[in-house]
Design a protein around this ligand. Sequence first.
Ligand code: HEC
Length: 311
Amino acid sequence: MKNAYILAILFAFAVLSVQAQKSNWEVPADKAERLSPATFTPENVKSGETIYNANCVSCHGNPGQKNFVPLNPEPGDPADAKFSMNLDGELLYKIQEGRGAMPSFKATLSTSQVWDVIAFIRTFHKDYAQEVAAEVIRSGLSGGKVAIQLVYNEAKHTIDALVTEVKPEEVKAISGADVKLFAKRYFGEAAIDEVKATNNDGKVSFSAPSDLPGDTAGNIELILKLVDEEAFGEVAQSAVLPVGKPTITHSLIEKRAMWGTVQKAPLWILFMYSGGVLAAWSVIFFIFFQLRQIYMAGKKDEETGVVREEI
Ligand code: HEC
């Protein structure tokens, strides 16, 4: 009986570990298609190698030597098909997001540093040919100003943005720029969705949340920010769009309540108060009445000549 238990547990572990190994690491389509904004250069590769040796070699080992740490699921050798099968965007996503034992490098490495690591890893993939995102401003702006348009697409229930660089003589789409969308709340700003990158036309689309409370008309102030402050500076654009649920706020003093005006005070308070005032005045009147009775009695005695002994 005991053996059967142990067998069952071992079996469960075996199934779990096989599943862990099998489970595909799915990358959302729009992320998978992301391309590096610039062609990888020998400088990128060199910088990538340094970053790899500082951050990745401890688990993934030296590329091509299969000396990665035997974790489950295994990290794998960056020179192997496990890595080369990935699109550039998939590598970027996996390195930035992490999963299980694979840490997220979103906070430690900038997007361009991760592209450098990818440039380094790609040097081990023989059949790799790089595809670059079309027309991108990598090192920020080329003399113009960022312009952002925010619109609400009611049919698709998305918030669409167009990010362009405006120069006196031309307007150019800014592609491959990370942007983040926020909704303005009473206290601070709430992020909607995660960071997304503009496509080749400088466009990016966020699915509008359906449960966000807006004002009475459902309006919400939205703010789109460019993440890469180094390249673009602090750029943000806000727009008030009808993406929220209309909220009808009820006045707190609409009904009779303790904190209402006299007209809106609870009836019991009015009764208690009037009763109290009435009682107080009754006592005062009663006392006056009694004093008058005593005075009248004294006067009567005087008239009739009755002399009362003092007690
Ligand atoms: C603490 C150990 C560890 C470190 C450090 C680490 N990784 Fe990983 N990595 C893993 C593990 C474990 C997996 C497998 C995760 C899975 O499949 O769930 C993985 C998976 C990956 C994958 C996905 C491969 C695939 O299945 O398509 C990539 C890409 C990757 N790592 C790149 C990197 C890079 C680049 C660095 C350094 C910047 C790095 N890793 C640092 C442990 C690590």
